[in-house]
Design a protein around this ligand. Structure first.
Ligand code: ARG
Length: 263
């Protein structure tokens, strides 16, 4: 995670962002600390990346890269406003002893790459390019399934799909997704790969309910997504709601603030 020291909405690169809608920095800090403490209380380790002045979106650590095993694929941001984050995150990943592939193609890390079982689900349409999907497959040595995003509110894959179980334990891979975020052929891909997936309602998707982090048991998700939380409970998961309202002003929530190191 990366502390929201410099978090603000000073530019608009997605439909959620409006610089006139001021962020309450104190409240953002408290919300972020609660998320961090939630992970700690669930028994997870949280490492911190140093925030960089002038990079208000760096708090969204998911975008800094994709880590699978001891391999990492660095990020190359679509918009100039976030470009400097790429090097900062790559340096951090390298410092951890990971084998980092420097990207040639535009991609926003775990914002658009979700590790699941032996494969990677990859989003394209707004931020990450299709060429980057191929580059990522090589970088982390996993097959990639490309999915096309079509609704600008859901500009990253991690606001359109929540990985509930990565399928690496005893249970099979399990996801929740919002079909309306995807093109017709990608909806079909998802139906065929995940016939039993939880389908998220437009209302729960619109509060970024799918921007969740799961350890296969506990699903940390935005508190406003009450319908999704009920579906999760029904399926045997324990929803852990957190309020990240200040980050919603930037189009981000739980998962965006979290880079998962898939070891
Ligand atoms: N304001 C940021 C942007 O538009 C939000 C990034 C959210 N991150 C994510 N993983 N979905 O780039």
């Amino acid at each position: 995670m990366c502390a929201p020291e410099h978090f603000q909405v000073t530019y608009a690169i997605n439909p959620w962002m409006d610089p006139a809608n001021r962020v309450d920095a104190d409240r953002a800090r408290v919300q972020w600390e609660i998320l961090r403490n939630t992970y700690l209380s669930l028994g997870h380790r949280v490492d911190l990346v140093d925030p960089v002045a002038g990079q208000p979106d760096m708090v969204f650590a998911a975008n800094g890269g994709l880590v699978v095993g001891d391999r990492a694929y660095g990020a190359k941001f679509r918009h100039a406003e976030r470009a400097a984050e790429g090097g900062a995150y790559a340096a951090w990943l390298t410092g951890r002893g990971l084998q980092v592939t420097e990207p040639e193609h535009t991609n926003e890390g775990e914002g658009d790459f979700l590790a699941l079982g032996s494969m990677i689900l990859a989003g394209t349409g707004f931020r990450t390019s299709l060429q980057a999907h191929i580059e990522a497959a090589d970088a982390v040595d996993r097959p990639v399934v490309s999915l096309e995003l079509v609704d600008p509110r859901f500009y990253h894959l991690d606001v359109a799909i929540a990985v509930l179980d990565d399928g690496n334990g005893d249970a099979p891979a399990d996801i929740a997704y919002y079909p309306g975020a995807f093109s017709r052929h990608s909806q079909r891909t998802l139906r065929e790969l995940f016939p039993d997936a939880i389908l998220c309602s437009p209302a729960d998707a619109a509060v970024l309910g799918l921007n969740a982090v799961s350890d296969g048991h506990h699903v940390v998700l935005p508190a406003e997504a009450t319908g999704l939380a009920a579906s999760l409970r029904q399926r045997g998961y324990t929803p852990v709601p957190v309020d990240l309202g200040e980050f919603l002003k930037s189009g981000g929530s739980v998962k965006c603030c979290t880079m998962e190191l898939h070891r």
